[in-house]
Design a protein around this ligand. Sequence first.
Ligand SMILES: NC(=O)c1ccc[n+]([C@@H]2O[C@H](COP(=O)([O-])OP(=O)(O)OC[C@H]3O[C@@H](n4cnc5c(N)ncnc54)[C@H](O)[C@@H]3O)[C@@H](O)[C@H]2O)c1
Length: 267
Amino acid sequence: MNIKIENLNLSKKTSIITGGAGHLGMCIADKLSLCGSNLILIDLDEKSLNKAKKKLEKKNRIKVRTFPLDLTNKKERIDCIKLIKKEYKVIDIMVNSIGMVGTDNMKGWNESFENQCYDAWNKAIDTNLTSIFFLIQGIYKIMKKSKNASIINVSSIYGVNAPDWDLYKGTAINNPAAYSVSKAGLIYMTKWLASTLAPNIRVNAVSPGGIERSQEKYFIKKYNKKTLLNRMATESDVSEPVLFLASNMSSYITGQNLIIDGGWTIK
Ligand SMILES: NC(=O)c1ccc[n+]([C@@H]2O[C@H](COP(=O)([O-])OP(=O)(O)OC[C@H]3O[C@@H](n4cnc5c(N)ncnc54)[C@H](O)[C@@H]3O)[C@@H](O)[C@H]2O)c1
């Protein structure tokens, strides 16, 4: 038997990572660049982008270009697309890890049903869905020039399953409707794009379950019981399957949603 480890080699490739300064985005950036890919990191958070650039260029000996901007802002997004097209002939990989997430503190967002408001709803759809669609629309022509172009959208188990409210009782964590709706939309959009961009560009989604960071112990204990593997996810549990989908190891996979949840959603 001959396993082609070479298929994981991403040297001479360029990957765009949106939300690239975030927890998961940074870990994905590390894995892709460890396999040789140069990076274009897009995020709101300029300070974290600069830190990531310094760290990854030194550690993984690749080049990192950063774009500190608001991807939901049409002008900033269009300017970024223009610059990318000017500076790069080909883009090979795009990972969309951008997200308006549970910990964001916009008014009317992480709140009860009655208190979820119109502006927060729109911001979530704009961030988690619309900005990604229009970034792909702007970039796909230079992705088509790649030999094995791959787009991976980071959705969530809440784009697949309804929330279990019992899990959140007595915690400050909530589960806004617009989060689930935007993530479900992202899974559908992945299929639509896979069909539209085939055979040149593969498009897949990953749907992670909760990643353990510094949640309350009581929440973690309850969460663990909901999974078959009796634990929450780590950043690597999610970023390594993303690496697989980005690489030639998955060259016959497109239009799929890979659920990374320790078995939660099959119960
Ligand atoms: N953490 C989890 O348990 C979990 C579970 C399932 C899915 N996810 C998904 O994984 C992805 C990453 O989540 P995370 O937990 O690392 O969150 P995070 O907040 O650390 O990362 C998200 C990043 O997106 C950036 N961002 C948000 N709005 C932006 C905008 N308008 N323009 C540019 N950048 C913007 C933020 O600055 C942040 O760096 C998200 O899509 C999230 O929905 C996370």
